[in-house]
Design a protein around this ligand. Structure first.
Ligand code: KE4
Length: 420
């Protein structure tokens, strides 16, 4: 037995399914999860010393690559000055300023410790600010595991969500209304029934969680105008897209100003983080100023703040040019050498390769996922792994290029794919 196998057997005795987050268990692709020991730049190394080119990037945070010197140095320095104060600190102010200067729609921000916390809190705030209870989310979008967000459409015709996890009471799910992504008419249908009850509409402005799905112009602009019209808040969940798809996030790319934005991943430089922010009049409803409560022992943790600041300081225009160049090279190479019908949907350095039965089709919403040939993905994943390429262990995720990737890394992924 390899060291990996021995450790995996131990992990299964310690954690549910051997993991601390379900997608890591390789359930969708089969085989034994890799137990990693180190990462440097674009590479990950397993406990058996096997090296992989990493296209998961810790699910988005590692946009500059693993163990980036500036981030590592910042973490070491901050940790040497105490790992946590539970009080105001200069480092949280520094990171807060950096984010406010990058995202004009955020006038005030609150740090939390995960994307889940950010989305959950933003929606509580939306409900507190508007005095309304219902929210609209989109089938296929994921905003973390807060009870009322673990909801997907019931049968196609239904609008009220039904929980897609045990332990979520129907009553919680009933306040969550499910619409079809990229379908403004479906949103209008729901608004027609519930206009005065809707506190907010939340979406991934570029979806990563059904695989990458891009918003259509009339859809995302239409959401802004509908929210203005009915007095609901437009909430962009930029936990994945924030500082990923551009330095000004997806909202900068599309020129749309949401009322609230959720952030996470990249702004923590790889450490646990979340944040939500937006219009001052909304954010000032938050305790201790206002009646909407939210709190957190480790919110604004100095070590996390230092890592996040180091990351944002290094996300320069040159970095985004490199990310675009390498991601474009990868997309073109996969398309050129594919022996099967594939569909690649990409926004900057986040993309998904779908195995499809109609290469001309596009995936615009969760309804279109029927064109995906789900059984091939597992074989592809294992083939690429054998060739030293580490991809997300699920067809319905995004994969990522980092600024630490080289043209040689990209060529190796293309070369491996050309043999599949
Ligand atoms: P966390 O609570 O995992 O920090 O963030 C939840 C979240 C919120 N919003 C979006 C758009 C997200 O993508 C996520 C988390 N993303 C997943 C990957 N698709 C994290 C990986 C995992 O769950 O293990």
């Amino acid at each position: 037995m390899t060291k990996n196998d021995i450790l995996w057997e131990k992990a299964k005795r310690i954690f549910p399914g051997g993991v601390n987050s379900p997608v890591r268990a390789f359930k969708a692709v089969g085989g034994t999860p890799i137990v990693f020991e180190s990462g440097k730049g674009s590479k990950l190394t397993s406990v058996d010393g096997k090296e992989y080119i990493d296209y998961v990037g810790a699910w988005g945070p590692q946009i500059l690559g693993h163990a980036h010197p500036a981030i590592t140095e910042a973490i070491k320095k901050a940790a040497g000055n105490s790992a946590s104060f539970g009080a105001s600190c200069n480092l949280e102010i520094e990171l807060g300023e950096k984010i406010l200067s990058s995202i004009p729609s955020i006038e005030i921000i609150r740090f939390v410790n995960s994307g889940t916390e950010a989305a959950m809190s933003a929606l509580r705030l939306a409900r507190g600010f508007t005095g309304r209870n219902k929210i609209i989310k989109f089938a296929g979008c994921y905003h973390g595991h807060a009870d009322f967000l673990l909801v997907k459409a019931g049968s196609g015709a239904m609008t009220f969500g039904t929980p897609d996890s045990k332990g979520v009471p129907e009553s919680y799910a009933s306040e969550t209304l499910i619409a079809r992504y990229n379908d403004i008419n479906d949103v209008d249908r729901i608004i027609k029934m519930h206009e005065k009850e809707i506190a907010g509409i939340i979406l991934e402005p570029v979806v990563g969680n059904m695989g990458v799905v891009l918003p259509e112009k009339d859809f995302i602009e239409g959401l802004r105008s509908r929210c203005d019209k009915i007095g609901a808040l437009l909430i962009f969940d930029e936990v994945m897209t924030g500082f990923r798809v551009s330095r000004s996030c997806a909202q900068g790319l599309f020129g749309i100003k949401p009322d609230l934005t959720c952030l996470g991943k990249i702004i923590g430089g790889g450490l646990p983080i979340g944040a939500y922010g937006g219009r001052r009049e909304i954010m000032e409803q938050l305790s201790p100023l206002g009646p909407v409560y939210q709190a957190g022992t480790n919110s604004g943790n100095p070590v996390v703040m230092a890592a996040g600041s180091a990351a944002l300081e290094n996300l320069t225009p040159t970095v985004y040019e490199k990310l675009e160049h390498l991601s474009n090279m990868l997309e073109k190479g996969f398309k050129k050498f594919s022996k099967r019908k594939i569909l690649i949907q990409r926004c900057g350095s986040m993309m998904t390769l779908f195995f499809v039965n109609d290469a001309e089709a596009r995936i615009r919403s969760a309804d279109d996922l029927d064109i995906v040939d789900r059984k091939i993905y597992g074989e592809y994943f294992q083939h690429m792994l054998k060739n030293g390429i580490y991809l997300p262990p699920s067809q319905f995720e995004a994969f990522f290029v980092s600024a630490a990737h080289s043209e040689e890394d990209i060529s190796r992924a293309i070369e491996a794919f050309s043999k599949f």
